[in-house]
Ligand binder design. Structure first.
Ligand SMILES: CC(C)(COP(=O)(O)OP(=O)(O)OC[C@H]1O[C@@H](n2cnc3c(N)ncnc32)[C@H](O)[C@@H]1OP(=O)(O)O)[C@@H](O)C(=O)NCCC(=O)NCCS
Length: 176
């Protein structure tokens, strides 16, 4: 990596700087309402930022319940993940994900889920997931994009649906 950003959990007051990253990283997608709803609402989230002075990258994990009696807050949904274009390809996205996974492990999260490119997420240990399913059915071509990884040697979640908070209950977030 050319630059050494600081990776740390974000503070509530940093929401405007976090939101500024998203239209630049995702010019064709509006993710700010989702990020705001998750960071300002009741959802239990882990928010990690990469800082080079300002925030230059960000990842959110939403904690959720699985269907089993002992699955309370055992799952986490990784999304969104964004790095400013001029900082991409320097290991920042990887550093954000790895830091998040470490923190989730220490918080007792058992399994992390993501909908994304297996070529990217495979490097962290994510694999295609079939037992725990997203809240809305995915199009056929996206099936391999639904992945998960079990943290350390934890027990996977009980098969069934992810019980994600309301901010995620929007079909458009689960469609191409
Ligand atoms: C995807 C993203 C977060 C990666 O962050 P980054 O800091 O560039 O990633 P890293 O430097 O850690 O890793 C770079 C590697 O990821 C690969 N990569 C980057 N974006 C990718 C993508 N969308 N799909 C697959 N691979 C991708 C690069 O080719 C590179 O591969 P290499 O290590 O084999 O050379 C960043 O490119 C980004 O914000 N993109 C726009 C928003 C987006 O698509 N977010 C992901 C949502 S699932």
């Amino acid at each position: 990596m050319n630059r050494k950003p600081a990776i740390r959990q974000t503070a509530k007051v940093e929401l405007p700087q976090i939101l500024a990253v998203y239209p630049l990283a995702f010019p064709d997608e509006e993710l700010r309402p989702l990020v705001s709803a998750l960071l300002e609402g009741e959802a239990k989230v882990l928010s990690v930022g990469a800082f080079d002075g300002d925030i230059v990258g960000h990842v959110l994990f939403t904690l959720f319940d699985g269907e089993g009696a002992d699955d309370k807050r055992a799952g986490a949904m990784l999304a969104p993940l964004a790095v400013l274009p001029e900082y991409q390809g320097q290991g920042m996205g990887s550093a954000l994900v790895k830091q998040g996974l470490l923190q989730l492990t220490s918080m007792g999260t058992r399994q992390v889920f993501v909908l994304g490119d297996p070529n990217y997420y495979g490097r962290f240990g994510f694999q295609a997931e079939q037992n725990v399913v997203p809240p809305y059915p995915l199009p056929e071509e996206w099936r391999g994009a639904w992945q998960s990884m079990v943290l350390s040697d934890a027990k996977p979640l009980t098969p069934g649906h992810c019980r994600l908070p309301d901010a995620w209950m929007e079909p458009a977030l689960w469609q191409p």
